[in-house]
Design a protein around this ligand. Structure first.
Ligand code: EPZ
Length: 421
């Protein structure tokens, strides 16, 4: 296993390129199972989750070529197959491949998906969507299996109990090739869903309502592979900007517009950061000790993103005052708190609520990343801390950030990757 050694205290200056979104390329690669011929994806991120997705496609018999940030996929030779538990358990996004296989072949079985331990993370909404799309679904200790019982041209409509990102994506993939009209109400509105819809519509799908709570899908008989550029990763971009919030300095992210981070901008300005927007760029400059964010409460897009809460908390740990955090999306978004406290942070947690009393200084600590964004938060805190931090669990961070040590070293940080002792 590997660990990062971070020597904090250096202000960060420079530019960070932002590439394709993890939470966009994963559904896009799953959706490549629905199109005939070759699909090409540009601006792809190099992440371990993408490696897992490619391994799943190759196991299923797809031809996948990677060249730089381009991934080319042809799934014409894919035969129905069950995705090995080994890969299903590596990430939450694997459930999208199960949905795409069901859409194409009408039946399949799968173990439960893995992913960040942010709470129970049930899949009931995914199974609900499958049933609404005419599948009979059964569940046992090994996972679940589904078989299409009805495939007729009719109007169907269903409402999601929660605007679940993954269940919305599976609903889209299960209906694009199903005869008739499907309406999904209370659909999630994340930009990554809009990216999936854009790809499918370019391939010949008829999906309307992107960005709204109601999607309407007119089933078509087939889809044709096309070339698609993945939208930038708004969570990675927000993470890099927030590093200037903990360590000081001025960081510019390139390849992304403020429009994708709209909900994060007001609190950053409230904290006293200078946030400047240019076409395709956002710059954050820290001017003195940050002010508290007062209250940050997460909600589905376009609300404040749960995936940036831990990183904002790392900044709040240094603020001149108290910040209240409420995560309304997941039950266990605070796995980084005990390690932040070891570094001198003062944080009270009760359920999905955390009160952070900012400190002028934090100190290096021995920390362990327990999930992707918690790991990023600990790294941000370490960059601003006095002394050395040893951060284990780097495999979690590598799922969503490319060579994160290189990114921060290029900005003037001191981050070293080594085999764990
Ligand atoms: C996606 O997860 C993202 N992952 C997550 O990013 C992100 O935090 C989340 O959406 C919310 O924005 C990918 O896109 C691969 P949900 P997903 O279904 O689809 C409950 C990261 O760090 N729920 O919108 O799993 C669920 O427990 C990751 O990049 C059910 O109850 O999220 C949660 O409380 C972390 N039943 C809420 O809905 C279900 O069947 C939102 O989950 C499904 C979800």
């Amino acid at each position: 296993m590997e660990e990062l050694i971070i020597r904090g205290g250096n202000p960060l200056y420079g530019e960070v390129p932002v590439y394709g979104a993890k939470n966009s390329i994963l559904p896009l690669l799953a959706a490549s199972l629905l199109v005939k011929g070759e699909s090409t994806f540009e601006n792809c991120p190099r992440l371990s989750d993408v490696d897992t997705a490619i391994a799943i496609l190759r196991f299923l018999g797809a031809k996948v070529e990677t060249e730089g940030r381009k991934i080319t996929v042809c799934t014409d030779d894919v035969t129905a197959a069950d995705i090995p538990c080994l890969w299903m358990r590596k990430m939450r996004g694997s459930i999208l491949f199960f949905g795409a296989l069901l859409s194409r072949f009408g039946e399949g079985k799968s173990s439960r998906p893995g992913g960040c331990p942010l709470g129970e993370r049930p899949v009931d909404l995914h199974l609900f969507v499958m049933e609404q799309m005419g599948f009979s679904v059964s569940e046992d200790d090994n996972g679940f299996s589904a078989k299409r019982e009805e495939y007729c041209n009719k109007k169907r409509k269903f409402r999601l109990r929660i605007p679940s990102v993954g269940a919305t994506e599976n609903g889209i993939m299960l209906s694009v090739l199903t005869p008739g009209e499907t309406k999904i109400e209370n659909a999630a509105r994340e930009p990554e869903i809009g990216d999936l819809i854009a790809f499918l519509n370019k391939a010949g799908a008829k999906i309307t309502g992107a960005g709204s709570k109601t999607l309407k899908i007119e089933g078509v008989s087939s889809l044709k592979g096309i070339c698609h550029t993945v939208i930038p990763d708004r969570i990675a971009a927000g993470t890099y900007l927030l590093a200037a919030g903990t360590a000081g300095g001025s960081v510019t992210v390139k390849g992304i517009d403020e429009s994708l981070l709209r909900a994060a901008m007001p609190p950053l300005r409230e904290a006293g950061f200078l946030v400047e927007s240019f076409p395709g760029e956002i710059r954050l400059t820290r001017k003195g000790r940050p002010l508290p964010f007062s209250k940050l409460s997460t909600s589905p897009y376009p609300g404040f993103p749960t995936d940036l809460l831990p990183q904002f908390m790392a900044v709040a740990a240094y603020a001149h005052g108290t910040t209240l955090f409420v995560d309304n999306v997941f039950e266990n978004r605070f796995s980084h708190v005990p390690d932040l406290e070891k570094g001198g942070a003062e944080i009270d947690v009760a359920g999905n609520v955390a009160l952070v009393y900012g400190k002028e200084k934090l100190f290096g600590m021995h920390a362990q990343a327990k999930d992707l964004r918690a790991g990023a938060a600990l790294l941000l805190a370490a960059l601003g801390a006095q002394g050395e931090t040893v951060l284990t669990g780097v495999e979690h961070i590598d799922r969503g950030y490319e060579k994160i040590e290189d990114t921060f070293c290029a900005l003037g940080g001191e981050v070293l990757r080594r085999e764990s002792e």
